[in-house]
Write a protein that binds this ligand. Sequence first.
Ligand SMILES: C[S@@+](CC[C@H](N)C(=O)[O-])C[C@H]1O[C@@H](n2cnc3c(N)ncnc32)[C@H](O)[C@@H]1O
Length: 335
Amino acid sequence: MQTPKSDFSFVETMLMQGVGFSAIMDSARMGLFDSLEQGPLTAAAVAGKLGLEEEPTEALLELLAGMQLVVSGPTGYANSLVAGEHLVSTSPFYQGKALELQSRFNDFVTLNLGRLLRGESDMREEVDDGWGSEDSMTGTLQHARLGGLQDTLALVRTLPDLNESGMLCDIGGNHGELSMSLLENYPGMTGELLDLPHVAEAVGGRIEKRELGGRLKPVGMDLRLERLGADRYDLALASHVLYGFVDDLEGVARMLYESLKPGGWFVSHHLNVAGDLDPNYTAVVQFITRVSGYKSHFIGKDHLEGALLKAGFTDILSCPAGKRRKGLLMAGRKA
Ligand SMILES: C[S@@+](CC[C@H](N)C(=O)[O-])C[C@H]1O[C@@H](n2cnc3c(N)ncnc32)[C@H](O)[C@@H]1O
């Protein structure tokens, strides 16, 4: 009998990882990681707390231990550092809703792949419709808190001569955390959060809850159809938004330049082509992005820098953001 020359096991690994991910999601949904925060617990104790059978619960805990989300010790199972930080619902870095949000995108692609490939389904419309739901906003914010948001805030704090009593705009601001954190940091600053009309309407409650209603105005607009105005802002922010406009970065850069006051800064945060991401992750993200009707989720440093320079921006600076340099931050100033 013939034997194969190549190793097919990586495809089988991917097949099995689907079950592993479902186990993580279900464990988070049923509060398994929350339960384990209360100390090492035996499989019987976990099963008792969650109303499960002991034997399959032990199998689940062993699976999670194999994935390094759970640590097994002499007195039972406990959360690993990564599970304690990202899968316990009271943690500031909880990712439950972020994972649910991405799972919904992935499920849509999986279920509609044939239609997407034949051009019979418009996922961009579906995605845009979803951005204003409470769950999507919370999921988007949870994902931002993995590090990209903190690093963007840190970069803004270093911008030379930023007018701290000026006006900012948070383009595609969604949950509003970037602009709200900046306004809390700069008490003299005011701002506008620009997003699709249904998203701008939905974020109003979050702004009121932070008592920033008098300083941050949500403005509904579709950047594909409307322009930003001229000489209006001291700081323009676009976090994970420019990928929607990657086929006309020069045109967008010109609009951003025009919208700033002289000396004003533009800051972009987007996925980093040169980041240290798992190539399988990058390939699937890019596939989902393209079948959804966007050109690319990643924007190269040279591509954006070239567009900003052509539009007239000066003092360009850039640095990676987040773990594994997943994001790229780039800032430029209007002369
Ligand atoms: C991936 S989310 C980024 C949210 C947030 N800036 C962050 O980094 O966490 C993209 C946001 O851009 C908004 N958006 C997408 N297309 C837009 C358009 N044509 N005009 C205005 N906003 C748009 C979406 O509604 C969504 O809120």
